[in-house]
Ligand binder design. Structure first.
Ligand code: IVH
Length: 677
């Protein structure tokens, strides 16, 4: 090779080497973040930062066409399918969208589409860009036969079993659906459920989900459908893939069809025809989006005519007839005044950021959970820092980062207290969480009472956080069972307590005595036991006493109970404090259940079996799964060494092959009916 010469050539070489290095670096970074996002549902950077990297790569590839590569992430969508689920190839590949944060580029898009349309008149729809997990449902003759994640756009994961547990996804379409249709949309975790889920994860010492999208992705990729079901996912649909027979003429007509078939669509679909009206609709969507149950990160502008969509086609990555306009994340800067500690009902010490009040996404924020000590260390957040605040999932105030460049040296590193700030007892570490070790800690007691009275548990209206604090303070409540010894006279002695509120509260308390057993079970606050497992436990054991004396082995026969939960339940009932609590609740007359419940399932003939369902059955897969679970069996999504039975309907595919390969017994529907009666 010749020595590099001086002059312009050297300059050119130099620039190009730098560009090459940067392109490789960006591609590697983007690939890595893609994997974290799509395959592990655990992103390390925000969508906004990711889009920044992608844009830089796009513009470098444009400026240096010699560096373009067909393997570049600028030409591909998303991640590779997960290993554990069976692969599912989409009949029509799932594309992604070009996106922009700039009103100028949005205008350019509208102009470009008008140009392509020449002098034909065109309309656009403006829809929310739902920030969930993309999903494609395949319906054949109106029956849901497969649900798949996007994966790399061509092949995704078969997540049918999990999707069947999502309550607003119909297993059968109403009306006159086509023979074969792929319906595209997003699975999401409602914002309110996200807030609750993260609070529970803090309490249990688990790392929080960064946003509802991650929580939804984590949920849909749980291999156990029972876990998916307990997360309360929902879905919304906005497009189609394959569609046999007559197709509608416009996107709006397609939405009307989806709705007629019983599929949920977005509650707001706006319209526009030129730059001005499209821009106005995008701005309006920006206001409306906070009211939606799902998190949104933008608006999708689509040409309405399906014939023109076909005519204009796509680039390597995205259609020419649509664009996603992304809203800048709503963030605010403020001062971190202090970090205080909140003690949860199981004793978890959660650090809380005390902030100089600041307005963000529609409300004033003065506190934000910092989740746990490791989170503070990872983000290097110090007391006195200027911090960036946003609302995770548009609901939970969160500290995004500390502005380290604004430090003046007076900032203090946070240190976790060595004893409980409420009762002074020693603390010990469990997972990422520090816990107060004193079960009679006052703060824990307050939280336990709040949880016991909450909507998800004994549902005692009026007994919320403020009143519980007041009652504990005035020593009227020293534990859960004291709720049932409250009387009118002592209530009336409290500040701000009138006749009417006192009577209402006493009536609500009275009413709660006969609540079903599962509510009491949830209310007791047994670690890891939530609504779903409380219901399952009540269904299986019928009485609190039967549950209290159940062995771990017996607990493990319940579908939604794993080893950690079984151990926790056992330990809870063995603790003398909890035994005393049980006896005092019995003596105040709470419903502990009845042993001869007529609806109780007694037949557990499938205990110990693990089933996978595949192909088309005459009943829905969920009905078949229910029947198996009722008889004590487990249902999972993919065939493995643990599978004991494969129920194969018509046109069973790869799962049947895998079962044969592993020597798993295969049953047809007739044999299944025989076994299950
Ligand atoms: S249309 C070919 N409409 O955003 C058109 N996508 O960043 C494909 N998304 O891949 C999609 N809301 O997963 C469309 N109203 C909406 C959407 C939407 C969310 C997702 C979808 C897409 C991604 C692109």
């Amino acid at each position: 090779m010749s020595k590099p010469s001086s002059g312009p050539l050297e300059l050119f070489d130099h620039t190009s080497t730098r560009a090459t290095a940067r392109v490789h670096e960006l591609r590697a970074q983007i690939e890595r973040h893609n994997r974290l996002y799509y395959e592990h549902a655990a992103p390390e950077i925000s969508d906004y930062e990711f889009d920044g990297l992608l844009r830089e790569l796009v513009s470098l590839e444009k400026a240096h066409p010699e560096l373009a590569s067909k393997d570049s992430p600028t030409r591909r969508v998303g991640g590779k399918p997960l290993e554990e689920f069976a692969p599912a190839t989409h009949i029509v590949p799932m594309q992604s969208l070009d996106n922009t944060y700039s009103p100028e580029e949005l205008r350019e898009f509208v102009t470009r589409v008008h140009k392509l349309a020449e002098d034909r008149s065109i309309h656009f729809t403006v829809e929310p860009k739902v920030d969930g997990v993309a999903i494609s449902l395949l319906y054949e003759d109106g029956r849901l036969v497969r649900a798949a994640t996007r994966g790399d756009g061509v092949t995704g994961d078969d997540v049918t079993q999990n999707v069947l547990t999502i309550s607003n996804i119909p297993h059968k379409l109403q009306g006159d659906p086509p023979e074969q249709i792929e319906i595209r949309g997003e699975v999401y975790l409602p914002k309110t459920i996200f807030a609750r889920l993260n609070a529970e994860r803090d309490e249990e010492g688990l790392p929080p989900f960064a946003n509802p999208r991650n929580a939804a992705a984590g949920s849909i990729k749980q291999l156990d459908p029972a876990i998916t079901a307990s997360r309360k996912l929902a879905a919304v649909f906005y497009g189609t893939g394959i569609w046999t027979g007559d197709q509608p003429a416009t996107g709006r007509e397609m939405f009307a069809k989806l709705q007629k078939w019983g599929l949920p669509i977005s509650e707001k679909i706006l319209e526009g025809s030129d730059e001005g009206s499209v821009n106005a609709a995008v701005q309006e969507m920006g206001e409306l989006r906070h009211e939606f149950a799902y998190e949104t990160d933008g608006a999708v502008v689509k040409l309405d005519s399906l014939a023109l969509r076909r005519e204009f086609g796509s680039t390597a990555k995205a259609p020419r007839w649509a664009i996603a306009y992304k809203y800048e994340p709503e963030r605010a800067e403020t001062k971190l005044l202090d970090i205080t500690i909140q003690v949860g009902r199981t004793g978890t010490l959660t650090p809380v950021a005390e902030l100089q009040p600041v307005f963000v996404s529609g409300s004033t924020v003065s506190r934000a959970t910092l989740h746990n000590e490791e989170e503070i260390q990872r983000k290097d957040i110090r007391i006195g820092d200027t911090v960036l605040i946003e609302k995770a999932g548009e609901v939970i105030p969160a500290v995004v980062e500390a502005k380290k460049e604004l430090r003046n040296g007076s900032e203090r590193v946070f240190v976790m207290p060595e004893c409980c700030p409420s009762c002074g007892a020693a603390v010990s570490k469990l997972g990422v969480a520090w816990k107060c070790t004193n079960p009679s800690c006052g703060a824990q007691m307050r939280r336990r009472i709040e949880h016991f009275a909450s909507k998800q548990a004994m549902d005692i209206e009026g007994l919320g956080e403020a009143l519980v604090a007041q009652l504990v303070e005035s020593r009227l409540l020293n534990g859960i069972s004291d709720i049932y010894t409250l009387d009118r006279e002592s209530l009336l002695n409290l500040d701000r307590m009138g006749e009417k509120s006192a009577s209402n509260l006493l009536a609500a308390i009275e009413e709660s005595r006969s609540r079903p057993l599962w509510r009491l079970l949830n209310g007791l606050g047994i670690p890891h036991v939530g609504v779903t497992s409380a219901r399952d436990l009540a269904n299986r054991f019928h009485t609190l006493d039967a549950l209290a004396s159940a062995t771990e082995e017996k607990l493990l026969t319940i579908h939604s109970i794993g080893e950690i939960m079984a151990t926790a339940i056992n330990a809870w009932f063995q603790s003398p404090e909890n035994r005393t609590l049980m006896e005092s609740l019995r003596s105040v007359g709470l419903n502990f259940g009845e042993s001869d419940s007529p609806t109780a399932p007694t037949d557990q003939r499938l205990i110990g079996s693990t089933w996978v369902l595949t192909g088309t059955l005459s009943i829905s897969r969920e009905e078949a799964a229910e029947a198996i679970r009722r008889l004590g069996g487990k249902v999972t999504g993919s065939v493995s060494k643990k599978t004991t039975h494969l129920l194969a309907g018509d046109e069973a595919g790869s799962k049947l092959d895998k079962a044969r390969e592993l020597g798993v017994p295969v049953l047809d529907e007739a044999a299944f009916r025989e076994i299950c009666g």
